[in-house]
Design a binder for this molecule. Structure first.
Ligand SMILES: NC(=O)c1ccc[n+]([C@@H]2O[C@H](COP(=O)([O-])OP(=O)(O)OC[C@H]3O[C@@H](n4cnc5c(N)ncnc54)[C@H](O)[C@@H]3O)[C@@H](O)[C@H]2O)c1
Length: 342
């Protein structure tokens, strides 16, 4: 799609759950050059709640009506992961530009089919790897690009949720690596601009037995070996009692870039018994508020100025390959190469 920079892009949102509401609110009130045109969710009450927060955006009852609405230029797909590939294909068929939440699908073949359909249709497709737009991580990336830390040698990523999701969510999520670590896999390669060639993953069920019964793990460590020899380590937990723990370190021959947790305020209380400060911002909606806004602004700017977005479908495919290799590694108890199946 090519629109003139004067044109206000009209976007429909599909799926009005946790992340759908974040994007709908940004589209309604904060992103420049855009109008929130319509919201669809098969749970009409969810769509209506979201629309009410967005000062009465139009709610539609039928996904097809939204996708085929000729007044809309683009669609933000925020439904559960199992619907993304089908909805990408339907949006591409209707000539809509697409913003889609991660991951595109849990199966590589479906990802490749959906990407091929979008490519053939010639529509813009951007995937929601929001952490690339976080001001702290962006600054660290810039330090690496400018050579300020020299040659990267070690990358450490800590990513721990404040509380585990319900077991019904876990069952449909594709597992920890595809659902949660996928952000860290994307961060690991993006922050140094080098691909990972091998992963060695260990997993455990230490937080919630229901997650184990649903066939998943809730605690993991993944060792990474990059092309060129640098090493990395990601650690994950589904429950950190002190809140959302999101930290990153890139260590190199000339220095180290560190990004810490973000508290709601910087106030610190010092008393005889010790020093206390705010806990980290509680979860992703708060922690990545600025990142969600910046990524949606990039999507809209790309449409208005006819530019390609930085997080393409092909970019978003690689973390899925890494997650699949990590799962293979965990099950087989050995390091595995990150590669497309032959
Ligand atoms: N980038 C991020 O930081 C981030 C954060 C959370 C979730 N996500 C991704 O976003 C997607 C949604 O996650 P969530 O946490 O918002 O889930 P959620 O369960 O809170 O919301 C999903 C919504 O989609 C609706 N829905 C179900 N089937 C649908 C369909 N066929 N079409 C449209 N809507 C449908 C549900 O009724 C629900 O309202 C997942 O793919 C998840 O991986 C990304």
């Amino acid at each position: 799609m090519t629109t003139s920079s004067e044109h206000r892009v009209r976007v429909g949102v599909i799926g009005a759950g946790r992340i759908g509401q974040v994007h709908a609110l940004n589209l309604a009130f904060r992103v420049e050059g855009v109008e929130l045109g319509a919201i669809f969710d098969p749970d009409r009450a969810a769509a209506e709640r979201c629309a009410a927060r967005c000062r009465g955006a139009q709610v539609v009852d039928d996904e097809r009506r939204l996708i085929e609405d000729r007044s809309l230029d683009a669609v933000a797909i925020c439904s559960p992961t199992g619907h993304h590939a089908d909805q990408i294909e339907r949006c591409a068929g209707a000539g809509k530009a697409i913003f889609c939440e991660k991951p595109i699908d849990l199966r590589l073949e479906r990802i490749d089919q959906a990407l091929a359909t979008a490519r053939r249709a010639g529509v813009t497709l951007m995937i929601g790897f929001n952490r690339r737009f976080d001001p702290g991580f962006k600054r660290a990336r810039q330090m690496v690009v400018e050579g300020r830390i020299g040659t990267p040698q070690l990358v450490r990523i800590t990513s721990r949720d404040p509380a585990p999701p319900p077991p019904e969510y876990v069952r449909g999520s594709g597992g920890l690596f595809l659902d949660m670590t996928i952000h860290d896999f994307d961060m690991a390669r993006w922050i140094v601009g080098t691909e990972v060639e091998q992963v060695h993953a260990l997993g455990a069920n230490l937080v919630d037995p229901a997650i184990g019964e649903a066939g998943d793990i809730d605690t993991a460590i993944i060792a990474l070996r990059y092309h060129g020899g640098a090493l990395g380590a990601i650690d994950n937990s589904r429950r950190a009692v002190y809140g959302y723990d999101q930290r990153l370190e890139v260590f190199g021959s000339e220095g180290c870039a560190v990004v810490g947790n973000v508290p709601p305020t910087t106030a610190v209380l010092s008393r005889a018994e010790g020093v206390t400060a705010d806990l980290p911002l509680h979860f992703f909606v708060e922690r990545y508020e600025a990142a969600y806004l910046a990524e949606m602004q990039e999507f809209i700017d790309c449409l208005r100025h006819d530019r390609a977005p930085s997080v393409t479908g092909e970019e978003a495919r690689v973390p899925v390959l890494m997650a699949l290799a990590a799962e293979r590694s965990r099950r087989e108890g050995r390091p595995c190469r990150v590669e497309s199946p032959a």
